[in-house]
Design a protein around this ligand. Structure first.
Ligand code: BGC
Length: 381
């Protein structure tokens, strides 16, 4: 019942923020003020001829559903806008493959590269080649680090993803009004993905005060980001770590209580769910478990009661924003940007456009995912 209430409250917030994203792309600052849109949205409906040309789209892996969706949305929308598209997936997160695919895109005449980096710091040399040849680089979803060759960044508000997860745990356990103590374990994603600084940072901003006061207890003592990381966001790795935590701390439905597990995304949450099910947990006594992406297996788990929530990042919205960026760049106008402060890649602050992430759960998935055409009922059966 409590979970249902939280979901209703968060779903309300979700609808509000989704509407806000559609209408006015402004990014709230920590002090509550709004950063006004730095440049006017490019009007892609104008009849100025689109330059056309070839765009390289580099995705990290095909093994996670979201990147397949990102890739196919980008290809479809770019082609509709009149561009030729070279779409490549770098095997299963294989860095040398991503580098050689990018080299081929540059030599093959792409004028813009849209890159979701596997390792945000591993692309220095190939990006220098791009820069030398006047190829514009857009970082997609994940920031490209340590390079001045990246011109723009399009992503979701990654800090907010983390705060949505932290706030969900805060409300599900009613941390503000009860004494606890509650046991929690913490999981985040790949250490080479700059996004985890935001996902983990945003969640810990909410949870750390409760850990400090002793209301939340991490029995393993593993609270540092590096201790909580999951290489390649791997389901197998998170399952192994959760199994180890169950064994070392004695967690179980009839032994040491585990109240919540923070997970930064769905692929990591799936491994945690597998380990908890194997330890005897059922939907009736399942720990609160967060996620991100609303991947199909996780939506099914939410419906079954073996994952509590996820964060939906509509890849159609991100793709549409990037297509507008590409269009503006090739027309020689300024792309729409709504954040010029947050994303420093160690060389410069990269002008960014942040889309709005939204709360998803078993209560609102129909409206969020099926009514919006993202999935069919059959996808989730
Ligand atoms: C993305 C997440 C995704 C994760 C694993 C992150 O960079 O923002 O949406 O779940 O990578 O692929």
């Amino acid at each position: 019942m409590k979970k249902k209430l939280i979901s209703i409250i968060l779903a309300g917030a979700m609808i509000f923020s989704f509407a806000a994203c559609q209408e006015a792309p402004v990014q709230p600052e920590a002090d509550g003020t709004d950063v006004t849109t730095v440049s006017e949205p490019a009007d892609t409906t104008e009849d100025t001829a689109v330059t056309g040309g070839k765009i390289g789209v580099s995705m990290p892996t095909q093994s996670l559903q979201r990147w397949n969706q990102d890739g196919s949305n980008m290809k479809e929308q770019l082609e509709t806008a009149g561009y030729e598209v070279d779409l490549q997936y770098a095997g299963d997160n294989d860095i040398p493959t991503q580098v050689s695919q990018l080299e081929n895109m540059i030599s093959g005449g792409c004028s813009v590269l849209v890159i979701a980096a596997i390792d945000g710091s591993a692309l220095g040399t190939v990006l220098q080649q791009a820069k030398d040849q006047g190829v514009v680089v857009i970082a997609y979803d994940r920031l490209i680090m340590d390079s001045d060759a990246v011109s723009y960044y399009a992503t979701f508000d990654n800090w907010k993803v983390g705060t949505l997860q932290g706030q969900y745990i805060e409300q599900a356990l009613d941390l503000a009004n009860t004494d606890g103590p509650y046991n929690i374990e913490l999981f985040t994603g790949s250490p080479d993905d700059n996004n985890i600084n935001f996902f983990f940072g945003g969640a810990m901003e909410v949870l750390q005060p409760y850990i400090d006061s002793g209301k939340l207890v991490v029995l393993s003592g593993q609270t540092e980001k590096t201790q909580c990381a999951t290489v390649n966001w791997s389901t197998e790795e998170s399952q192994k770590r959760m199994e180890n935590l169950i064994a070392s701390q004695g967690y179980g439905p009839n032994s040491t209580k585990l109240d919540a597990v923070l997970s930064s995304n769905d692929s990591v949450a799936n491994g945690i769910t597998n380990a908890l099910l194997a330890a005897g947990y059922t939907a009736e006594n399942f720990p609160v478990l967060t996620g991100q992406d609303c991947d199909k297996p996780s939506v099914k788990n939410m419906i079954a009661g073996t994952q509590s929530m996820s964060v939906f990042k509509d890849t159609r919205t991100l793709a549409a924003q990037v297509v507008k960026m590409v269009d503006s760049i090739l027309k020689g106008t300024e792309p729409e940007i709504n954040d010029t402060e947050t994303y420093n890649n160690n060389v410069k602050v990269v002008p960014s456009y942040l889309c709005e992430p939204v709360f998803g759960s078993a209560e609102n998935y129909k409206e969020l995912l099926i009514d919006s055409g993202y999935y069919t009922e059959a996808d989730l059966a």
